[in-house]
Design a protein around this ligand. Structure first.
Ligand SMILES: [Fe+2]
Ligand SMILES: [Fe+2]
Length: 532
C-alpha cells in the first residue's frame, strides 16, 4: 500500500554553511539609445554594495547592449562603482546574447574574462556557461558542453555540494514576457541532463522578468530561477528593475526579488529541496484513473490496407482494462485529406475505451477544419465523468506550425478548474509541447507558452499531455505533471504509447509501451497532491 512514510524528504544533509548569492542581470549598458537606465544602475549598485554576508555576486549576461568596444569600456567604468561591504569574491560575469553581438564575444574574453566560469568551495559548486549564438537572439548549449557539465555535476567529490548551473537564456518558458522566443535549441537535452545529474539550482536571465519554478524529476527537485533586469528600460509588464538575493541554508532556499527603485515592495519565496523515493504499489491496488497518451499517428491513405503502428497501438490499448480515456494529442492525419480523417475516425472507433482527440499541425492544412468538424465535431473536446475532468484544446493555427491557446480560452478553463477543484482529477491536452523534449530542436512554437505553462503549473491541473516530436519526456512543474509522449511516428524513434495511472493519495506512474519490442518501462513516478 502507499503510505505517506514512503514519500521521503531530505534523505541527506547537504551543505551546512550558509551561502548568499546576489544576482543581477541584463544591465544593457550603453552610452547611446534608450536601453540603459543609469539612474536605476546607480541606485541598484548602491543597494547591492550594502548587502551583508554576500558569498558571491553573479551577473547573468547582457552586460552591454550591443557588444561594442565603446560599450565594454563604458560598462567596465560603470562597474567600478561595485564596492561591496561584505568580504566576498568579485562580481562574476556571464556572457549574454547582446554581449556576443558584433564579435563582442572576443571583447568579452579580452576585457571581462572566460565565457565559462567556475566557483567552488567546500559547500557549493557554481558553473556558468556561454549559451549564446553570436549575432542571434536565440541560444544553444551544444552536445559536448552538456556532456562536460554532466561530468562536472556527477563528480563524486561534489555529491554533497549544492550544485548551481548558470546560463543567460531561459531553459523553460517564462510568464509575462510576451511571445515566446529566443529559447535554447537544445533545451530538452540540457533539462534532461540537469535533472539526471541532480543539479539543485539553475539561474537564467535574458527575459527581463523574474520567475521561479520547482521542476521535479522522479527523484528530486530542481529550482529554475530567472532573474529580471537590473537597469534596462526594456521591462515587462509590471516588473521594473530588480536584483535578487538567494539564501541557501542546507536544503532550504529563500529567494528574494527586490525592486531597485521601490524600497517598499519585495517578493520573497521559500523553497526546500526535496528528494523522492519511488513509492511501492501493492499489486492488488487498482488505480483510481488510467489514461493512455498517443500522438503522431499520421494516418495516410496509402497505408490504409497495411496493419501499421496506429492499428498496433489501438490493438494493444484495447487489451488494457479499465482505461478511463485514450488521448490523441495531435497529428492524427498525415496531410489533412478527407479520406485520412475518415480512416482515422474508423480506426479510433475500434477502441473499446472512451477517446478524446485534438488536432496537430498536420491536421491543420486547408479544408482540415471542415473535415474535423464533420468527423470529430468539437475542436476543444471535453471528457468528464465522476472523478475526471479532461479538456482537449486546439492549439494549432491554420496551415502553420505556430500555435496558441489565447488568454480568453485559458482563463475560462482555469475558472472552470477552480470551480471544481478538489472534486476531480484535471487534465488538459493539446498538440504543442510546453516543455522542451530531448533529441529535438526546441522551437517553442506555442507563442503564448510562457503564460500557459505558468497558469497550468500554478493551478489545480494535475496532468498536461502534449505530443512529442521525438522521445517521451515528462517532468513535474510545481504540482502539475507535463508529459510529452506517445509518438507513433517511427522514422527516427521507437514507436510507443504512454499509460498513465493515478493511485489514491496522488501517486502517478507513467509507463511507456514499446510497440516494436512489446516491452513496458516506467518513465515517470511522481507524487501529486490530489484531494479527491
Ligand atoms: Fe537582455
Ligand atoms: Fe538576452
Amino acid at each position: 500500500m502507499i503510505s505517506e512514510k514512503s514519500f521521503k524528504i531530505n534523505p541527506k544533509e547537504k551543505l551546512e554553511a550558509k551561502k548568499r548569492l546576489v544576482i543581477i542581470s541584463d544591465t544593457h549598458i550603453t552610452r547611446s539609445g534608450g536601453a540603459f537606465n543609469l539612474h536605476a544602475f546607480n541606485v541598484g549598485m548602491e543597494k547591492i554594495n550594502k548587502i551583508k554576508d554576500a558569498s558571491i555576486y553573479l551577473h547573468l549576461g547582457d552586460i552591454t547592449h550591443m557588444g561594442t568596444l565603446l560599450e565594454y569600456e563604458y560598462a567596465l567604468e560603470q562597474f567600478k562603482k561595485f564596492e561591496p561591504l561584505s568580504k566576498s569574491p568579485k562580481l562574476i560575469f556571464l556572457i549574454g546574447n547582446h554581449d556576443a553581438m558584433n564579435v563582442g564575444y572576443l571583447l568579452f574574453e579580452e576585457m571581462v574574462g572566460n565565457r565559462h566560469y567556475t566557483y567552488e568551495d567546500d559547500d557549493i559548486f557554481i558553473y556558468g556557461i556561454d549559451s549564446t549564438k553570436p549575432d542571434l537572439p536565440g541560444g544553444i548549449i551544444h552536445h559536448s558542453v552538456i556532456e562536460s557539465v554532466r561530468k562536472k555535476l556527477e563528480k563524486p567529490d561534489r555529491e554533497n555540494k549544492f550544485k548551481v548551473v548558470c546560463f543567460h537564456h531561459q531553459l523553460i518558458p517564462i510568464p509575462n514576457t510576451g511571445k515566446e522566443r529566443s529559447a535554447i535549441d537544445d533545451s530538452g537535452d540540457m533539462l534532461k541532463m540537469l535533472l539526471e545529474a541532480k543539479a539543485d539550482l539553475v539561474l537564467n536571465g535574458h527575459r527581463h522578468f523574474s520567475n521561479l519554478y520547482t521542476v521535479s524529476s522522479s527523484e528530486k527537485d530542481l529550482f529554475i530561477f530567472n532573474a529580471g533586469t537590473f537597469c534596462c528600460n526594456k521591462t515587462r509588464y509590471r516588473e521594473l528593475f530588480t536584483y535578487s538575493i538567494i539564501d541557501i541554508d542546507g536544503n532550504n532556499l529563500n529567494f528574494k526579488v527586490i525592486p531597485v527603485l521601490d524600497p517598499n515592495s519585495q517578493r520573497e519565496i521559500l523553497r526546500e529541496v526535496k528528494y523522492y523515493i519511488p513509492l511501492q504499489i501493492d499489486k492488488k491496488q487498482k488505480p483510481i484513473a488510467r489514461f493512455i497518451q498517443i500522438s503522431n499517428s499520421l494516418v495516410s491513405e496509402r497505408f490504409e490496407s497495411n496493419f501499421n503502428n496506429f492499428d498496433k497501438a489501438l490493438e494493444r490499448i484495447n487489451k488494457i482494462d479499465e482505461v478511463d480515456l485514450v488521448i490523441h494529442a495531435g497529428n492524427l492525419t498525415k496531410n489533412s485529406f478527407k479520406e485520412e480523417f475518415q480512416i482515422a475516425k474508423d480506426k479510433l472507433n475500434q477502441l473499446k475505451h472512451q477517446y478524446l482527440v485534438v488536432p496537430g499541425y498536420t491536421d491543420s492544412k486547408p479544408l482540415a477544419w471542415e473535415y474535423w468538424k464533420h468527423y470529430f465535431g468539437e475542436f476543444d473536446p471535453l471528457y468528464e465523468n465522476d472523478n475526471i475532468y479532461f479538456q482537449g484544446m486546439n492549439s494549432t493555427t491554420f496551415d502553420s506550425k505556430e500555435g496558441y491557446i489565447d488568454r480568453k480560452r485559458l482563463n475560462k478553463f482555469i475558472e472552470k478548474v477552480l470551480s471544481l477543484s478538489h472534486q476531480k482529477i484535471f487534465g488538459v491536452c493539446f498538440f504543442h509541447n510546453l516543455i522542451a523534449t530531448p533529441l529535438s530542436v526546441w522551437r517553442t512554437e506555442l507563442i503564448d507558452s510562457g503564460d500557459v505553462l505558468s497558469q497550468f503549473a500554478r493551478s489545480q491541473i494535475d496532468l498536461v499531455l502534449n505530443s512529442s516530436p521525438s522521445i517521451s519526456f515528462n517532468v513535474k512543474i510545481e504540482n502539475t505533471i507535463f508529459s510529452n509522449g506517445g509518438n507513433l511516428e517511427g522514422k527516427y524513434f521507437e514507436e510507443v504509447f504512454i499509460e498513465i495511472e493515478i493511485y489514491k493519495k496522488g501517486l502517478v506512474v507513467l509507463k511507456e509501451h514499446n510497440l516494436r519490442t512489446g516491452l513496458i518501462k516506467i518513465i515517470g513516478n511522481y507524487y501529486l497532491s490530489i484531494l479527491i
